[in-house]
Design a protein around this ligand. Structure first.
Ligand code: NAG
Ligand code: NAG
Ligand code: NAG
Length: 459
């Protein structure tokens, strides 16, 4: 090999340097007899020698050392759904006694990544339907003065399948459910996924859904179909997903058909992003005087109480005003000055205190508080009163004119000249004609001698 002679050459070159330092030291020590006053010189010499041994070899290595040797037997193997293991061995020809070795791993596809490690294996989560490719090189772990090795690569080819047969638009949501069956786990997590059939997938395509969480992989047993009878939704009532699940969930939709090879589709989901948090429980609201207090309970969730953010929405129906408050506690009080109907809803989200913040839950069913009936009631009373007064006013005029029995009973008749009946009819006619002079007419009537009677009645 070419590299071997270069390494030995550098070694033989390092020797004269050290011999030179030793020579200088000898000269210093022999020039004057070693006396206590010469201690400084000795310390100085020692420091020079020490410094030389530390600094010099590194200097020499940077110029003279050959690059490291690349790892051998680099392999990539599929260890699970959307999971691979990268493995390599240090070159047996690499001299290791003086250098700490590390490795620089580069993922070339499907998603580029780049990291350094001292291990000789590395497990990766990655989608695999587009194939996978990675490279690794040997690097010095401490100090970067030695050139790294050349790269060695390995790859997995994309799984077979006709273009356009793969499922598309795969989405999933996880949801925590209170567990009634098992006593070991208080909560279980269900998973629901939907997708669309690939545009080139034959009618007889059967899609299958799998998920992997940690080391557990499960196949779906409950599917929903599209119009052509192809599976386009899958439902896992209970999964191995942890109720406080962090990290990622791997999902695969593959399939089979008698007419074409169906391409699989992989997706990695961040659990916090697909976790559909349940809405809060038992929302109650109370108005006491001018205080509106709202309370609720934590949603069904494996997360403890302190892990939630809440949003309270109060809708003032009279003003058409929407108030939204964000909080950590499970109650909220607000001053209310209006007699109004309030519609209250609450929603929850796992807070960043406990996990990367995810989406909000659905709103709770609105709780309706207070009423605008009181206002309606007073309005109605006003209308009824006005109507009653008007009616009685007209009634009094009409009846008195025609001498109703009721009127006669209530108010003894007052004798009046006939001419006044005519006056009154004229008044009525004026009112009907809508001339706008009703007031004048009324006043003219008021001038009549029966003024006292009218006064008595109306007021
Ligand atoms: C590399 O693989 C070959 C064949 O599998 C094996 O004989 C050899 O020992 C391996 N080398 C190292 C360094 O593990
Ligand atoms: C499916 O996804 C593509 C792009 O990813 C988007 O353009 C399309 O609207 C989606 N189709 C449906 C039905 O959601
Ligand atoms: C689909 O993927 C699962 C999990 O990787 C595998 O066990 C199964 O054989 C695949 N099915 C087809 C039809 O490719």
């Amino acid at each position: 090999m070419m590299k071997q002679p270069r390494r030995t050459a550098s070694k033989s070159k390092a020797a004269p340097e050290i011999r030179l330092i030793l020579g200088v030291l000898q000269l210093l020590l022999t020039a004057r007899p070693p006396r206590s006053s010469n201690l400084i010189v000795m310390v100085l010499a020692f420091l020079i020698l020490f410094g030389a041994t530390v600094i010099l070899p590194a200097d020499l290595l940077s110029d003279e050392k050959p690059p490291l040797l690349p790892p051998v037997n680099f392999t990539v193997t599929v260890t699970g759904l959307a999971q691979v293991l990268l493995r390599w061995e240090p070159s047996p020809d690499q001299e290791r006694r003086s250098i700490k070795l590390g490795y620089h791993v580069k993922i070339n596809g499907p998603q580029e990544d780049d990291y350094e490690t001292r291990n000789t294996k590395s497990s990766r989560e990655t989608i695999l339907h587009k194939g996978f490719s990675a490279s690794v090189q040997t690097i010095p772990w401490e100090g970067h003065t030695i050139p790294p090795s050349s790269w060695v690569s390995a790859e997995l080819s994309a799984p077979a399948g006709a273009p356009g047969t793969s499922a598309v638009n795969l989405t999933c949501t996880a949801n925590t459910v209170a567990s009634d069956r098992t006593r070991s786990r208080q909560y279980r997590v269900s998973l629901r996924c939907t997708w669309l059939a690939g545009e080139a997938s034959p009618e007889d395509t059967r899609y299958f859904l799998y998920y992997r969480y940690g080391s557990q992989t499960e196949e779906c047993r409950e599917y929903g179909q599209d119009a052509s009878g192809r599976n386009v939704a899958g439902w896992f009532p209970a999964t191995s997903i942890d109720g406080q699940g962090r990290g990622s969930l791997a999902v695969r939709v593959n399939g089979s058909s008698s007419r074409a090879a169906i391409r699989p589709l992989d997706r990695l989901f961040a659990l916090h992003a697909i976790d559909q948090v349940n809405p809060p429980l038992n929302v109650t609201a109370d108005i006491e005087g001018s205080r509106l207090s709202i309370r609720w309970d934590k949603p069904v969730s494996a997360f403890p109480t302190h892990c939630f953010d809440y949003e309270v929405e109060i809708y003032n129906a009279r003003k058409g005003y929407l108030q939204v408050e964000k909080m950590r506690t499970q109650e909220f009080t607000s001053a209310v000055h209006d007699i109004s109907k309030y519609s209250i809803r609450v929603r929850a989200a796992v807070s960043s205190v406990c996990r990367t913040a995810g989406p909000w839950s659905e709103w709770t069913q609105p709780v309706v508080m207070g009423s605008d009936e009181q206002k309606a009631w007073t309005e109605w009373l006003l209308i009824v009163l006005t109507a009653a007064i008007c009616f009685l006013f007209v009634f009094s005029l009409t009846c008195r004119s025609f001498r109703c029995r009721l009127w006669a009973t209530l108010f003894p008749p007052v004798p009046a000249p006939k001419s006044h009946i005519k006056d009154f009819i004229v008044t009525i006619n004026y009112e009907k004609s809508g001339s706008g002079d009703t007031e004048v007419e009324v006043i003219s009537y008021v001038d009549a001698p029966e003024l006292e009677v009218l006064d008595d009645f109306v007021f």
